[in-house]
Design a protein around this ligand. Structure first.
Ligand SMILES: [Zn+2]
Ligand SMILES: [Zn+2]
Length: 412
């Protein structure tokens, strides 16, 4: 089986893996990479493919699919939840590109998203499909609700994980190893381990309570897909005036409509009831007086979070609680390092307390090792990481390890 990454092997972002096997051409993911203040980056152009398989809706995995469909008219495989949320993110990307003036670079518009829907073939977790002479099985990947791994069965069995989490979180159950010959696995957290999750959750609850008790507002910037809902579940038992704003509100609706992909629909519905959604200007005014606000964007590069931050910037009793990854050059990183963010009006100094919490939805170094051993593969391909070496060192001797670079074809 020939594999070629068109992007995303040695970095986190713009992932795309081409599989050539006995006449079949399949693409796994076709994502983009967001770069602050610049248009996004894309994987290399693709040859004609029979289908693209999306593991989950995050844009680094799905964001270039409308381009791929426009160019190759291929079928699109993922589950209903992933398709609905991907579609929401595609339309949002089109809107942002228009506002920022790089629609041409994005290269797709509303009609291309419609075309993705036309070519969409529903493929749910647990199902098996015969596609271009290969049997493909979908398994839960644990990362966020609806995230799935693909097992490709030809002469050999190959597992493609996409983003992976093996621990149970409030939202989803962790992924279980799948026996395979070749394992293509993400390694975002290679070389790093997460602190114990229950401790982090308890600390977040305690800090939110402290901030509110001293008369401040807790602002929690979150990605709309996954992290926002996880934080809602962690905070759902606090008796406080809590609000959600931004695109995550729509995602909440999709999650509630797909209970099979949630660990507990009962808990999720309870969390949804506890948080008031901001829908109109008057509800936003109420939210501004609220005690807890969870809102996009997760890295503070736009979105309603900047309005709430502007309200609270001089209130030392308030806090900004960072619960997600902050990329280099992001506003979130700048806030943590310099105590300020960039807005349309210029630099804004923030005098609130700043805190960070590790609520990652990715398997860490030790969890990756355990998962890999559980799959019992002969060959391990490490991808979706800018720090693969430490993990590779721990695997050498037990497995044949590959660390491909994008653009190079290799055989497994
Ligand atoms: Zn992801
Ligand atoms: Zn990812």
């Amino acid at each position: 089986m020939k594999l070629k990454f068109l992007g995303g092997a040695e970095i986190v972002g713009k992932l795309g893996m081409l599989v050539e096997n006995e006449g079949a051409n399949l693409m796994f993911e076709y994502g983009l990479r967001l770069v602050k203040k610049e248009p996004p980056e894309f994987p290399m152009p693709s040859p004609d493919v029979d289908g693209v398989f999306i593991t989950h809706s995050h844009l680094d995995h799905s964001g270039a699919v409308p381009r791929l469909v426009q160019e190759t008219d291929c079928d699109v495989y993922c589950n209903d939840l992933t398709m609905n949320i991907s579609s929401l993110l595609f339309f949002d990307s089109i809107k942002i590109a228009k506002a920022e003036g790089y629609s041409g670079v994005l290269g797709y518009g509303d009609n291309d998203v419609k075309k993705v829907w036309q070519n969409y073939r529903s493929f749910s977790v647990g199902e098996t499909r015969s596609i271009a002479g290969l049997e493909i099985v979908s398994h839960s990947a644990g990362h966020i609700p609806g995230a799935q791994m693909y097992e490709i069965k030809g002469r050999e069995t190959t597992l493609f994980t996409g983003d992976l989490h093996t621990q149970n979180t409030r939202l989803t159950y962790g992924a279980k190893p799948v026996k395979c010959d070749n394992l293509v696995i993400e390694a975002t957290y290679a070389g790093r381990n997460h602190p114990a999750r229950p401790k982090t959750e308890a600390l977040l609850q305690q800090k939110v309570r402290e901030v509110v008790e001293r008369g401040g507002t807790a602002i929690i910037p979150c990605f709309a897909v996954g992290r926002m809902q996880e934080v809602m579940l962690i905070l759902k038992d606090l008796h406080l005036d809590m609000w959600v704003d931004g695109m995550g509100k729509t995602v909440n609706g999709y999650y509630a409509d797909h209970p099979d992909y949630l660990r507990s629909i009962k808990d999720f519905k309870a969390a949804k009831r506890k948080f008031n959604p901001v829908r109109t200007a008057s509800t936003r005014d109420k939210a501004r007086q609220g005690q807890v606000i969870i809102t996009t964007s997760g890295m503070l590069d736009g979105g309603p979070v900047l309005h709430y931050l502007n309200d609270q910037k001089d209130n030392a009793k308030s806090a900004v609680m960072m619960v997600g990854y902050q990329a280099e050059n992001s506003n979130g990183r700048m806030l943590l390092e310099k105590g300020m963010v960039e807005t349309r009006e210029g630099l804004m100094k923030v005098n609130c307390e700043l805190m960070t919490f590790d609520l990652s939805a990715h398997a860490d170094h030790d969890e990756l090792l355990k998962f890999i051993h559980g799959c019992e593969p002969e060959k391990v391909v490490l991808m979706h990481s800018d720090n693969r070496e430490e993990l590779a060192q721990d695997l050498e001797g037990d497995f044949e390890v590959f660390m491909p670079t994008s653009g190079t074809t290799f055989e497994v």
